[in-house]
Structures are given as structure tokens and as C-alpha cells.
Design a binder for this molecule. Sequence first.
Ligand code: OOG
Ligand code: NI
Length: 499
Amino acid sequence: MISQWRLRAAFAARLSAMYGREVPAYTTLVDVSREVNEDVLRTHGTEAARLGSPGRVTAERHGAIRVGTPAELGQVARVFGALGMRPVGFYDLREAAVGAAVPVVSTAFRPVDGEELARNPFRVFTSLLTPADPRFFDDDLRTGLESFLAARELFPPELLALADRAEAERELPDDEGERFLRLAVAAFELSREPVDRAWYRTLERVSAVAADIGGVRSTHLNHLTPRVLDIDDLYARMTGRGVEMIDTIQGPPHWDGPDVLLRQTSFRALDEPRALREPDGTVTEGALRVRFGEVEARGIALTPEGRELYDGMLGLVDARLAAEPGAVRDEVARAVWAAHLPATERELGARGLAYFTYRLSADRPRDGSGPPTGLAALLDGGWVRAEPVVYEDFLPRSAAGIFQSNLSGAGSRDDAREGAAYDSAWLAGAVDREVLDPYALYAGQRADSLARVARELDLPEITGFEGVAGVEGLKGLKGLKGLKGLQGIAGHQGSEGVV
Ligand code: OOG
Ligand code: NI
């Protein structure tokens, strides 16, 4: 029998081998990532491993795929359900992409509990085309797209049947497991079937993403992303090897305080030979440029309050750059971070801005004194230690930036028209399963760890979150409005400090 997590790990490894054959520059990226990680672990050792064991980080990947219809997304959910990956979060990239046409909404399929994440955290950012959005597609194009998409089959019935069995039984017999893996990897390979050039170009004029999804009769992996422990070093080394990277690292700047959320960068999409069918029926060898290589560094998960601070800080950076056109984004961001984000994990926790789990300290007091009940006192007294929770999700603005930096053209959108509404509940209906809230998952990890510590110390409960759980004055802190609020937050102290 092959258990679900072994299927997941094997799927991620085989996808990686397949993508390396298809996009050789990806192999370079993986090699350089490994070098960087080995160097960081050599110099920073256990400290670097606090956000993931070396084994986890070395194998860690996220993939990105794009599909065309709710029915296709439902099938994707079954394939990933087989691997113990569930839909988490809703991302509306139509809104996050400013000035470019990215007509998709997305979710991420990933394992959700701590043990499963530690075994193999493979996740896939999955985007769904929005043909019903009139800002991008007129009635004719919508009808054309929908009938083209309805006529294709991305996943063979045998794969879906095996997937349902693996999801229900949480394992597969060896032969069935092997068959499942082969069919699942094949479903994400780049197809050799000729692409209808005229149809592809029609869609490309609206959006390169729409063409990549709705212009071909199959799906494929768009990128596969290794995790690196020092993304600035990675960026410099890739550039040193002559690989053209996008201009920036998306997400938080490099700074002296704790790494939070997610930093990402990529090398530019490369021309790939593809067979094209011309209007007269002949097939020619052409090239399409849609797939690229991305790399990421993961930091600590932020609470809703921490996330509002993060979004407010991004707004502040934008406002400063608009006011001072010559300024360098990274320097401005570093200054904003230094002014507003706590510089230590302890303070991040005390202000209720980030998630931690807690465990009994090996060198806790043994002098017969009983433990206090408040978390701050437990931490101060050396009873309990805090460990950062890794951010397992994605960031809509960074995702939009990654999409945009690799588009061949901006496409077109008509913002005078009313956009079609899609939200998390709609997505849940499409996949016929619950779309989980990332914050609830992180908060659950924290609560579980506190309950365990309370049991171990024989305390009825551990107090100390009341003061920070409902940090006031953060609502409506968006962009420029955040300027005033930010100072308020920076000076905010929970009535009872936590970490
Ligand atoms: C997905 C882009 C988003 C990320 O890491 O934020 C993404 C895509 O290009 O299909 O993968
Ligand atoms: Ni990605």
C-alpha cells in the first residue's frame, strides 16, 4: 500500500523531474537553490531550520496550474484530494493585477495539518478562467471559449476513479498507486498537439493568460517553485549565471527583523517550441512563451491584524514612491518596515501580529514552584517556548506581479463594465467541497499547541490572548488611510503581552 502522503511526495518529485526535462532552466534554479540552502544551513544551522527542517525545505515545491471551467476545477480538486491536498483561500487576481488583464480567480490546494505539512508540504496554486467577466470577454468570445472548453478532457476517467479511491481510503495498493502517479503526471505535461494559431492569437489579444488556458486542448504545469532560505543570495547567483530574472523580489523587503509571509522572484518566461496549426490546416513549428521558473522564501504567518499592517505598509511604500519618483523601491520598503514592523519575533507575538505554536521548554523550572497561567509569564519564566508558524499560503499582489511580469502584453480590459462576481463561496460550489480559511488553520495550530501545553502543565487553560485577539483601530487601514493608523499600531501594546 502507498499512503496518501507518500503519493503526494512521489507526485511532487516526479513532477519536478518532468518539469526539469521540459524546462532545463528549472534544473539550474533547483541546483542553485540547493547550493544556497546548504550554505545557509552551514552558517546558520539550527536557527535557519526553525522555519522548516532541511529535509522539508529541500523537497519543498509549489506548482501553478490554470484551468478553464468550474467542472475542470472540480476534477483538479479530486486529483489533489487523492494526495491529501485541500483548497485553502480565495484569490481574486482580476482585482490584484493593476493595469493588466489577468482574468482568473484562484485557490491553493495544500495539506493542512502540521504533521502532513512536515512530511511533505506540496501545494499547487490553481487558477480558474473567468469567461463570464465582461470586462475581458464580449458575448461572442465568451460563447466561443465556453464551447471550446466544454469539448476538451483534461483528466482521463481512470485517473479520476483512482483519485476518488485514494481520497476515500487514504492510500492505494502499489500497482494502482503507480498507475495513478503516471496518469496524474501525464495530465500536467505540455501537450504536443498542434495549437490553433488564429484562436490562440484571438485570445492573446485579450489576455495572454486566457490564451494559455483556453487556447489549447489540455492543461500543463505553468511553473514549479523550489523554496530557498536566502532569496537575495539566490537572485544574485542566478544573475551571475547569466539567467535573466524579473526586476524585483515580490513581497516584503530584505531587512534586519523576522521574515514574514512570502518573498518570491522568477526568471523570465522562455520561448518553447510548439506545433501550430495554420488557418489552411498545415502544421508549422512555432514558439510560445508562457512558462517560467519561480523561487520563494517563506517566513512567519501573520494574523489578520498582522496582515492588515502588511497591506498598510505596502500602501505606504506605494504612496512614498508616488511622491518621490526617483526613490528605490527596496530602500523605501526597508525604511517603512523598520518604522512599523516589530523587529523581533517576541514583539510580533506580543502584539498579536504573527502566529506561533508553543511547547514545553526542556529546561523549565524544576524548583517545585507551580507554573503561572498567563502565556507571557510562562514564556518569561522559561516554562514554554514559542516557535514560528510558517506561512503556507500565497499573496494576491505578489501572485499578480508574477503573472504580469511574465505576460507578453498587457492585454485589454474595459473597466467601465461591471465585473462578474466570483467569491470563495462560489468557488466552494465549483469544487463541491469546503474552501478553508487560512487564518482558521493557523489559529487552530496555535490553539492545539496551547491546549497540549496546558494538559502537560496540568493547567485548566492558558490565558493571555484576550489582550491581543481583538486589536482595535485596525479596520479600514488601507493604503494612504493607513498612514495615521500605522503609527497607532506601532505603538499598540496588548493589555497582556503574549510572547
Ligand atoms: C500563478 C501565479 C501565482 C505565485 O506563486 O504567487 C503564483 C500562475 O502564473 O499561474 O504561482
Ligand atoms: Ni508560483
